[in-house]
Design a protein. Structure first.
Lengths: 155, 390
């Protein structure tokens, strides 16, 4: 790392410069969208789901698209690493804090606004589940409001 | 690694000749200018020479120059000082939506003390409307404070006309000229300016020193009370090396530097506008500061561009919410009417007398792949692209 910038950890810088699993999955089984461009951060996560040998549903593939600062981009990249191959149940247990810890920390001010990659993953999983249940029962399970910045005070 | 500093609106290095002029005042000529002995009187003499030099630069014969700790203090002293000293006239103040935070926060504080503040709107290039100003001035308007050249977008107001309107309508004008001083010619008498804020570290002088010039006859109340320095208007031992450096710094930027920076600025702007989804914030041509470039990139976030450039040894600034202390959007970008959804993509590049054409070409070649990469990563660019195709 040839930057003296101390705002972010080396782990954040690594993911920011070379993010993992960036892009779109055209035929995704679930999509999660969170954030608000007014705040500067928008997260989109795409997942495909398949079954493992035990018959449990797992995240087979995961990709992200993000507009935002280094914290937003690095947490997006990190969540794809953390979630890939996990069962849906395990993935639902990953928290924003886990993501920040895996990056060796984020600046305090960014913990609030730019650290919502895990929430976005949960949205994608809920989206998948809701699509499944819709197929079976014909109605949708409620998920939290999409594309809303549900944390900060911007108009 | 090659390092290219492009944040001269934030601060400049101290010029070598300025530093040399300052050096003796730290350990040899270290006297307190208030002292009665020869050490003190020598310091006092030199401070007075510096004071006259800065005043001459602004044609300020009929003005008192008060040395301060910098732009923020000068602006606080101007706003609070005039407001408190002129309460009998009224409690109405006019300023703009694009002032530096030290003006806006002082104005807000005065509102809390019972003053009424009108914030003038600006157009999409950042200019105030003179007719709007005329309409807003009232009998009880104590003063008008308008930034000369904006620190974010470089827009230079027609200060002479603004001052004339103020005087015709019986009020006075303060201007914050921290960005324009020595880059834009200022003649306080001709330009109808009653109070002006200037500082040293934007003009190749040291940090921690500035000044407020006040036309003789205008009353202000001091913020700092104590030993009665600066005609009782700003107590506190004078920063002698800083003041010596400040005066020397007024000579650093020459006419030919300004001409050269104007050309480089336009070259830079032209190059940046060739990048995807980019547009210019602020004014074009002569009404823009010679060293200011502010480009808006749709769909991407300024802090990410800044950090990528940082890794390449290129140092710029951004108006994005993500890089501000309180995560709020830049008020200047907002005031010029940029859609809040894309306002976080503003990038401010400010050049200096050291900047070369080679630097600019290098930065343009480095920034292109960064903008392309971040645009590709952004879900919004894709969504907008899909909309356009339909």
């Amino acid at each position: 790392m040839n930057s003296n910038n101390t705002t972010y950890t080396d782990e954040v810088k690594k993911h920011f410069l070379n993010p993992h699993n960036m892009g779109e999955i055209k035929k995704a089984d679930g999509v999660g969208k969170l954030g608000n461009p007014v705040c500067g951060d928008v997260f989109w996560l795409y997942i495909t789901v398949s079954k493992n040998k035990k018959g449990q549903e797992i995240i087979k593939d995961i990709k992200f698209q993000t507009m935002g600062c280094a914290a937003a981009i690095s947490t997006s990249s990190m969540i794809t690493d953390l979630a890939k191959g996990k069962t849906l149940e395990e993935a639902m247990k990953i928290t924003n804090k886990d993501v920040a810890n895996s990056l060796k920390g984020l600046p305090p001010i960014k913990m609030h606004c730019s650290n919502m990659a895990a929430d976005t993953l949960h949205e994608a999983i809920k989206d998948y589940i809701s699509k499944q249940s819709k197929d079976k029962n014909g109605k949708k399970i409620n998920t939290i409001k999409k594309e809303a910045c549900y944390r900060c005070c911007h108009e | 690694m090659k390092q290219i500093y492009l944040d001269y609106a934030a601060t400049t290095p101290v010029a070598k000749e300025v530093l040399e002029t300052m050096k003796p005042y730290f350990s040899e000529k270290f006297g307190n200018e208030s002292s009665m002995h020869s050490f003190g009187t020598k310091a006092r003499e030199d401070v007075e020479v510096a004071r006259e030099k800065i005043k001459n630069k602004l044609n300020a014969k009929n003005y008192n120059l008060i040395f301060t700790s910098g732009g923020t203090e000068s602006n606080n002293l101007a706003l609070k000082g005039i407001a408190f000293a002129n309460q009998k006239k009224g409690k109405h103040i006019i300023t703009t939506k694009i002032e530096h935070d030290c003006i806006l926060q002082s104005a807000k504080w005065l509102q809390e003390q019972g003053y009424e503040v009108t914030y003038l709107k600006v157009d999409k290039e950042g200019f105030i409307d003179i007719n709007d100003l005329k309409k807003k001035i009232r009998k009880d308007t104590i003063f008008v404070s308008i930034i000369h050249a904006n620190n974010e977008i470089g827009t230079i107001q027609n200060i002479r006309e603004i001052g004339k309107v103020c005087h015709d309508m019986g009020t006075i004008l303060h201007t914050d000229a921290c960005q324009s001083f020595t880059k834009v010619p200022i003649d306080l008498e001709e330009d109808n300016i009653d109070l002006i804020t200037i500082n040293a570290h934007k003009i190749y002088g040291p940090k921690g020193v500035g000044a407020l010039l006040v036309k003789k006859g205008i009353d202000i109340t001091p913020l700092l009370h104590g030993g009665g320095h600066e005609n009782n208007l700003r107590s506190g031992t004078l920063n002698v090396p800083g003041i010596i450096g400040f005066a020397a710094a007024t000579e650093v930027i020459k006419e030919k530097d300004i001409k050269r920076m104007e050309k480089l600025r336009d070259l830079f702007i032209d190059g940046l506008l060739k990048l995807p989804n980019s547009s210019l914030n602020g004014a074009t041509g002569n009404n823009r500061l010679c060293n200011n470039i502010n480009i808006l990139f749709k769909y991407i976030e300024g802090e990410s561009i800044l950090l990528h450039l940082d890794f390449k040894g290129i140092y710029v600034s951004t108006g994005s919410a993500c890089s501000s202390h309180n995560l709020s959007q830049n008020h200047v970008i907002k005031a010029i009417g940029v859609d809040p959804k894309i306002a976080n993509g503003a990038l401010r590049i400010t050049i200096g007398i050291e900047t070369t054409e080679e630097d600019i070409k290098y930065v343009l070649s480095e920034i292109k792949p960064i903008v392309e990469k971040l645009t590709k990563m952004s879900p919004l660019s894709q969504r907008e692209g899909n909309k356009n195709r339909k």
